[in-house]
Design a protein around this ligand. Structure first.
Ligand code: C5P
Length: 216
């Protein structure tokens, strides 16, 4: 099976030395990449900048901005069976990138931002992806309802949701606790290391993909 995984944060440039980013460590996506490799699948890991070691035996494509990640994903999607969007993609990016380092002058400055392309949201509707599509949702409230809304809006087969208001799980931590939201059911996986969770998730994703294929 060929599996695309996006991971890590994106960096949205402001000027040659500054960017907007977020606290995503990339750990969940990298753990998933290792889990699928261990089960002898072929993984393409498209990753924003992280401090992690590149997992062995994956095809690794480093990217920086949301636009870079979008372009890399759009190029790869026709060749994969399963696409898992784990990256914490910036929702907004500066309208203009200053060609030179912005100098300190006024007391306040204004940065105008525009929406980035929703990579996951465009996988089916723009790029015509027909494989098994998995998104992630980091929420601080109404976990199931928000995840289910995303499942429908982004035409996903599965949303893996985590509550980022709880300390010690999710963003920038080693553990996670997730709720798997699918059209017909929800499955809660209790708190565990991202490494262990990744193995459970990989197994469940492969099972669901096989049964979807079987019913087509
Ligand atoms: O809508 P929200 O950003 O919460 O959705 C999260 C999911 O969408 C994640 O799977 C994330 O990787 C993906 N996403 C994306 N492109 C964006 C924003 C989010 O692929 N621009």
């Amino acid at each position: 099976m060929k599996i695309l995984i996006t991971a890590g944060p994106t960096r949205e440039p402001i000027d040659p030395v500054r960017f907007l980013s977020n606290r995503s460590s990339g750990r969940m996506g990298y753990a998933l990449a290792r889990a699928f490799v261990k089960q002898e699948h072929q993984v393409l890991l498209i990753s924003g900048p992280t401090s992690l070691d590149v997992p062995d035996h994956v095809d690794y494509l480093p990217v920086e901005s949301a636009q870079d990640m979008h372009d890399a994903v759009a190029h790869a999607l026709p060749r994969v069976d399963i696409a898992i969007f784990c990256a914490a993609v910036a929702d907004y990016t500066p309208v203009e990138v200053a060609p030179q380092k912005i100098k300190k002058s006024d007391d306040t400055i204004t940065l105008t931002l525009k929406k980035t392309t929703d990579i996951l949201g465009s996988a089916r509707s723009v790029h015509g992806f027909t494989g098994f599509l998995v998104g992630f949702a980091a929420e601080t409230e109404h976990l199931e309802a928000h995840a289910r809304a995303k499942l429908i809006a982004k035409h996903c087969d599965m949303i893996i949701a985590n509550d980022v208001s709880q300390s010690g799980i999710g963003f920038d931590s080693h553990d996670n606790e997730v709720l798997i939201v699918e059209a017909e059911e929800n499955t809660k996986l209790p708190r565990d290391s991202k490494e262990h969770l990744a193995h459970h998730l990989a197994t469940i994703i492969l099972q669901r993909h096989a049964s979807k294929r079987g019913t087509e």
